[in-house]
Every structure is written in structure tokens, then in C-alpha cells.
Design a protein. Structure first.
Length: 202
């Protein structure tokens, strides 16, 4: 049973992160295109705001793989201001708590959520045969430096099913690395529109 998008946005907004309503609507709408189980790969979920939008929109029996190094980081308030430091262990525990609470609250136990504490390249090399042409939707929001997003983008190409959606966050002059990589090396992408900074290829 599909969950009301307004409820999904309300739940996601309880978690600190850099996703506005248009970003969340894009994720919800794209995942809602699928009526049967799918496989999703998310790079850089941080505390899980985007993950919640994806998780609550998935068809039953889908697989969601979330990969992050969960390194020591700055901690932020809901206005995006730095309020201190957070250890990688604290960040991982926060992500687990945020996603588990949603799974329990909305009875999403049929969704297989895999949390991977690794870098994208190592994971992809180790699982080259298992996940070739496997994912229906890939969302990149990890390393925002030029070489970082290039690395993640290249890693994902062989793992995306033909004709499916490869997408990412922070496409705009505010994020120089992502913006310049896409402009220089992908050249043509679609954008989610509105206030969203999401780019995608389908």
C-alpha cells in the first residue's frame, strides 16, 4: 500500500539534511513509477533524510542499498549551521535509528535495507559480477568534489539497468565540483525543476 507523499515529506523533514521539498518530491515521484519490486543504490545517505523518502516510496520486497563511509564529520542544525562534530560511529547509529524507526512505524519489513560502510569503488570491485546491470535507480550524493563524483559516476555505470535512472544531488553553481563535472563530462542531463538541485539521466 502506497504511503501518502505528504506523510513521506513530513517524516523526512524530521531529519537534518540538505533536501528541500522539491528534492524529496522528485525521489518520491520517480520511485512511485515502479509498481513491482526494484533495486535501488544510494551513495552518501548521511543521516537518512533522502533514504526515508526512497524507503517509504518503494514497492514491497524491493532492495535498497545505502553506501557511506560514515566518517567523522561536522554536525549541523536544521538551518545548515555547524553545531559541533559527530563521529562516524555516531553518524552510522543515527542513520540506523532513523531508518529503523520508519520501518517499524510503517511496517516496511518487506523492504531489504542493506547498509554498506565502504567506499563505492571497493564495493563495486568486490561485487562486480553480482550487481552488473542490477539497479533500477541509483542516487549519488557522496563526495561532492570533481574527482569524487566522477569516481562515483563511473563506478555506477555498469551496475545500472539499461534505460533506468541514474541521478544525483547538488547540481548548481553552489556546488562547484558536481556542477563542473556534469557540465564538462556528461554535458546533457535532465533536472528535477523547481527549487531542486537534482540532476538525472534516464
Amino acid at each position: 500500500m502506497k504511503i501518502d507523499p505528504n506523510i513521506i515529506i513530513e517524516e523526512a523533514n524530521k531529519i537534518q539534511g540538505w533536501f528541500n521539498e522539491d528534492d524529496l518530491k522528485f525521489l518520491i515521484n520517480k520511485i512511485n513509477l515502479y509498481k513491482t519490486p526494484i533495486n535501488v543504490f544510494e551513495i552518501g545517505p548521511f543521516k537518512g533524510k533522502s533514504t526515508i523518502a526512497i524507503l517509504m516510496s518503494l514497492p514491497e520486497n524491493s532492495n535498497l542499498f545505502c553506501i557511506d563511509l560514515f566518517s567523522d564529520n561536522n554536525d549541523f542544525d536544521f538551518d545548515g549551521e555547524i553545531i559541533g562534530k559527530i563521529t562516524g560511529k555516531e553518524l552510522l547509529n543515527m542513520f540506523i535509528e532513523n531508518t529503523n524507526s520508519i520501518i517499524d512505524k510503517y511496517n516496511l519489513q518487506t523492504i531489504n535495507l542493506e547498509i554498506i560502510t565502504d567506499d563505492t569503488m571497493s564495493f563495486m570491485i568486490a561485487n562486480e559480477n553480482k550487481f552488473a546491470n542490477y539497479f533500477d535507480f541509483i542516487f549519488i550524493d557522496g563526495d561532492h568534489r570533481y574527482e569524487g563524483i566522477k569516481h562515483d559516476f563511473i563506478c555506477c555505470l555498469d551496475f545500472l539497468k539499461e534505460g533506468k535512472i541514474l541521478s544525483g544531488h547538488d547540481y548548481g553553481p553552489h556546488c562547484e565540483g558536481v556542477y563542473n563535472f556534469i557540465k564538462n563530462e556528461i554535458k546533457t542531463v535532465k533536472t528535477a525543476g523547481g527549487r531542486s538541485s537534482i540532476w538525472y539521466i534516464d
